[in-house]
Design a protein around this ligand. Structure first.
Ligand SMILES: [Mg+2]
Length: 438
């Protein structure tokens, strides 16, 4: 019988702040980073890969949190994990001493997410399937068994989830063929970073439309005059038929968001993302009510399924971002996608960073095939950064994510990339010798 032998962790950081890639109103100089985990087995050719995404400082803290879970994993029978992914996640979340650090939020929860995702990657690899297909091929009962319904049953019970999944099963084969044929729609944030000049934004926006993207997203929230100018330039560049979303990355208080968004209403925004604190459910509801019909959204920093439940119950959002590496792994994202389907809220998965596109595409595709059955009224974020560091990088064609075919969750990083960017000893972080002073 195969065993899981070790949980190896790596602090991998990319010096993206040097080019202002990823710059926004709250995060002016991110160094995109991964607390990267490899779940090794006694079979040299079989391991599971996962990551928690951070933006630089603190990636060592995130790595230490993953290391704190080692005692739950090393030495387990492989089958014990991959045959009961729900039980595995519940054991990590249920560690009463570590739970004190959350519960189910922040660094520890993200660490659990990385390890749980590595277990799903391992299970999909063992089955020889890409993760989206591995999920889509599960029965409704198997999917429901992976989900922790604790704190959800006032909004969604296991029985309701089963009914929804059985109803979705009818069109599964047709949607699977459709996904393989068409891919899954993407939108792009590449033109919109706040640190870019107007000229660079317009050039990248033109390129995005030419590449087939139907929506672009701009970062906003530093200066309202700049935002009005950039939205106007973007609209003139892409024309009336391309969606323009904006993302404030939690910049505003509630009254400020309402006042600011009145200046941007004329641009017919596709949505406004993270207008205020991700924890402020009633604040989102107030903003949404005040600026209607401008669609309001949040989710990439929404820490768990309980917060999503409240956003839906309070009619606080028109759509959400899910993030593959923020909550407690695939299991919790399945719960969130089921909740969104029940409340009729569209899902525009958050991606970019490092590895987030690779990961979240699987969740969106599984949602289309097996849960919501919809993909044409939604899109996955795409940013063209750092994909070259992955063994199975995303493939985009004509503004769509092409369904991955390699087994697993696409989270495996290239060995040479890990060696190059491991912090602080990797060559990418070693300062060049200043010969002028020698
Ligand atoms: Mg965002």
């Amino acid at each position: 019988m195969s065993k899981i032998t070790a949980l190896d962790t790596y602090d991998v950081r990319f010096p993206t702040s040097r080019e202002l890639d990823g710059s926004d109103a709250m995060n002016p100089d991110p160094d995109y980073s991964a607390a990267y985990v490899v779940m090794r087995t006694d079979q040299p050719s079989l391991a599971g890969y996962g990551l928690a995404f951070t933006i630089g400082r603190g990636n060592d803290v995130q790595k230490a949190a993953i290391d704190a879970l080692n005692h739950h994993v090393a030495g387990l029978d492989l089958d014990e994990v991959i045959d009961d992914l729900g039980g595995f996640a519940r054991r990590l979340i249920g560690d009463s001493q570590l739970r004190w650090l959350g519960p189910e939020k922040g660094v520890m929860h993200m660490a659990i997410g990385a390890v749980v995702n590595a277990a799903w990657d391992l299970a999909a690899r063992a089955a020889g399937k890409p993760l989206w297909r591995f999920i889509a091929d599960m029965t409704p009962e198997q999917i429901v068994a992976t989900i922790d319904f604790r704190y959800l049953t006032d909004a969604l019970t296991p029985e309701e989830a089963l009914t929804m999944l059985h109803a979705a099963a009818a069109g599964k084969a047709r949607r699977l063929a459709q996904l393989l044929q068409e891919g899954y729609p993407a939108y792009t944030t590449s033109p919109g970073w706040l640190g870019y000049s107007d000229e660079k934004m317009q050039r990248l926006a033109r390129e995005a439309v030419a590449a087939g993207f139907r929506t672009i997203k701009l970062k906003v929230g530093m200066n309202v005059e700049d935002d009005v100018r950039r939205c106007r330039l973007a609209r003139a560049t892409v024309g009336p038929d391309i969606g323009i979303a904006v993302d404030a990355n939690q910049r505003w208080d509630v009254p400020d968001a309402i006042a600011w968004l009145r200046h941007l209403a004329e641009f017919r925004l596709a949505w406004v993302e993270e207008p205020t604190s991700p924890d402020d459910v009633l604040g989102h509801a107030a903003i949404r009510h005040a600026v209607a019909p401008v669609p309001i959204s949040t989710g990439e920093h929404t820490q768990n399924r309980v917060m999503f439940k409240q956003l839906f119950q309070a009619n606080a959002v028109d759509l959400i971002q899910i993030d593959a590496a923020r909550v407690g792994g695939v299991n919790e994202n399945l719960a969130i996608m089921l909740l969104a389907a029940k409340f009729g809220v569209r899902v525009f998965p958050h991606a970019g960073g490092v590895g987030l596109c690779e990961l979240v595409q699987h969740l969106a595709m599984a949602d289309f095939v097996a849960i919501s059955g919809n993909k044409d009224d939604r899109a996955i974020e795409f940013v063209d950064h750092l994909h070259e560091h992955f063994v199975d990088p995303v493939v985009i064609a004509n503004g769509c994510y092409i369904a991955p075919s390699a087994p697993g969750f696409s989270a495996q990083m290239r060995t040479d990339s890990v060696a190059q960017y491991v912090y602080p000893e990797g060559p990418a972080w070693c300062m060049p010798v200043d010969t002028a002073k020698a």
